[in-house]
Write a protein that binds this ligand. Structure first.
Ligand code: GTP
Ligand code: MG
Length: 243
């Protein structure tokens, strides 16, 4: 029991908290190393789907990267896998129009897991037709994919959550797909603003049933947060017994 007057921990509680923190730190370090090894493996593009009946058959666990157009999904995939041009990046919003599948950690067909670069949303110049085909593809994939372990939803760290991001969370909550927010472009956010951006993002996720309550702030430009994100993926694989 903590001291009611001061809210401080007694000695035994402090010792237990220190022990738990040390265990957590050791686990985080080992997951980061497992993540480093996982992403140091082979990684190859193997499939693109623009229609829901064009998906590859389910096999290894999948993690997908979603987010507003131009938020940095393709850049993050390249940073994670330490490659410059694995996923195509661009200044033109709406560059990625399909679900692009990458095999990680082994030759295609014998990979350890799959990474999926998703087409962006919230693209101002998109036609109604494009939006409805995007929605069909995304909903179809998210609802029907038993091998989908988690969706990482990228949010621009310079701006925080927008209504289109909340619509994406609604879709994921409805589909009951586990998702985790990754803030991007950390290098463009003032140091003094970073903690607040993480806190307000977490606050926006608090009541969302399928959201994983931890936010990672990354920069594909200077590599900040990338080892942590690799570690989160390794932890996810460990949790489903596939590490
Ligand atoms: N400064 C900075 N720029 C970034 C970062 N990540 C991406 N960018 C830039 O943001 C722009 C968009 O990046 P992409 O990776 O193509 O974005 P996307 O989310 O895949 O975009 P769509 O495929 O159109 O949905 C490019 O000009 C990138 O160079 C980052 O961490 N820091
Ligand atoms: Mg892209």
């Amino acid at each position: 029991m903590s001291d009611e007057k001061t809210g401080e921990l007694n000695e035994a509680e402090q010792a237990a908290a220190d022990k738990a923190a040390a265990r957590q730190a050791a686990n985080d370090a080992s997951m980061r190393e497992a993540g480093r090894l996982l992403f140091a493996g082979e990684c190859d593009f193997f499939w693109a789907a623009s229609k829901i009946d064009g998906l590859p058959p389910e096999a290894q666990p999948e993690i997908a990267f979603a987010g507003r157009s131009n938020v940095g999904k393709s850049s993050l995939l390249n940073a994670l896998t330490n490659r410059k041009t694995l996923a195509r990046t661009s200044n033109t919003p709406g560059r990625t129009q399909q679900l692009n599948f990458f095999a990680l950690g082994g030759p295609i067909g014998a990979e350890r897991m799959r990474l999926i670069d998703m087409p962006g949303y919230g693209y101002a110049a998109a036609s109604k037709e494009k939006i409805s085909s995007w929605t069909r593809l995304m909903e179809g994939y998210l609802r029907g994919r038993a091998t989908l372990a988690r969706v990482f939803v990228l949010v621009d760290g310079r701006h925080g959550l927008k209504d289109v991001d909340r619509e994406m969370f609604d879709l994921l909550d409805r589909a009951a797909v586990s998702y985790q927010v990754v803030l991007t472009k950390r290098d463009e956010v003032k140091i003094s603003e970073r903690e607040d951006r993480i806190a307000s993002t977490l606050e926006g996720l608090r009541k969302r049933p399928a959201a994983f309550p931890h936010v990672i702030f990354t920069s594909s430009k200077d590599g900040d947060g990338i080892p942590e994100l690799r570690g989160a993926v390794a932890q996810l694989m460990a949790n489903i017994g596939k590490l």
